[in-house]
Design a binder for this molecule. Structure first.
Ligand SMILES: C[S@@+](CC[C@H](N)C(=O)[O-])C[C@H]1O[C@@H](n2cnc3c(N)ncnc32)[C@H](O)[C@@H]1O
Length: 247
């Protein structure tokens, strides 16, 4: 997948460096649903520039960090953590051998994977018996899907041709791969900022929406996702879902 390279990857990494605290609720989601333990081997799918890898590697015995884009993975490499193994592969092309991992974790990446059937076969092969599969992503019909299809697809430097989820397809993929019927939960995530303007800049960079302006990105977010003022913070609604299954 040649999508997260060049300008797209550069702006993604710049964004997460500029706003290191905006996505704190994502970490809480990871802790709650993945619930990693210090004796476990975890496989991360579509890890990007390591937003989770950085923290997760401190919580587990070994972390296998995968992403098809070597440019995205550069920052994970720079962490130089002894318990991280890097794999430059997509979910659908993973070659890890049998029953290697206690759990698989992915956030905001699987909508980029067009062969989810193959990906789930890989997951089922690599998970130990009783191992967990936890995928947080964008669901079809959600306000977040609308944001991506209306704004990101138009203005992102690479376009945004993706495949969002439905509950039914998640269930079918688990069924076909021999995994337990997934439990699916709504995630009412809020990304937090000090000013409203920061939200425009954040969206402009995280999605590399170079064909428009940060001001237009903010306007779109207010119309589609909604922004709430809470205390001294501006909260951007980021409604995802998470599916939790087991081998
Ligand atoms: C929006 S980023 C999310 C990165 C990270 N999980 C985070 O939360 O910051 C999506 C990532 O999915 C990766 N990706 C693209 N195609 C993929 C595939 N087939 N399988 C797994 N990941 C893929 C991209 O390279 C990119 O790094």
């Amino acid at each position: 997948m040649a999508e997260f390279i060049g300008e797209r990857s550069r702006l993604y990494k710049e964004c997460l460096r500029e706003f290191p605290n905006a996505r704190e609720e994502d970490i809480e989601v990871m802790k709650k649903y993945l619930a990693p333990k210090d004796n476990e081997v975890i496989l991360e799918i579509g890890a990007g520039s390591g937003f989770f890898s950085k923290r997760l590697s401190k919580m587990v015995k070994r972390l296998i960090v995968s992403d098809p884009s070597d440019e995205q993975l550069e920052e994970v490499k720079e962490l130089k953590r002894k318990n991280i193994e890097l794999i430059e592969e997509g979910a659908d092309t993973l070659t890890l051998r049998k029953e290697k991992v206690d759990a698989i974790w992915s956030f905001g990446a699987m909508h980029h994977c067009f062969n989810k059937t193959k990906a789930f076969q890989n997951f089922a092969r690599m998970l130990k018996k009783g191992g967990r599969l936890i995928l947080a992503d964008v669901w079809h019909g959600s306000k977040l899907a609308k944001h991506f299809d209306d704004k990101v697809a138009k203005f992102c430097v690479t376009g945004h041709e993706v495949a969002f989820w439905t509950d039914e397809f998640a269930e079918s993929l688990c069924f076909l791969a021999g995994l337990e019927k997934p439990k699916i939960y709504d995630l009412n995530i809020k990304w937090k900022f000090d000013t409203k303007e920061e939200i425009g800049t954040f969206l402009y960079k995280i999605h590399a929406m170079t064909k428009t302006t940060p001001q237009e990105c903010l306007k779109g977010a207010e119309e589609i996702l909604g922004i709430e003022n809470k205390g001294d913070k501006f909260c951007l609604n980021w409604p995802m879902k998470v599916m939790v299954s087991k081998k």
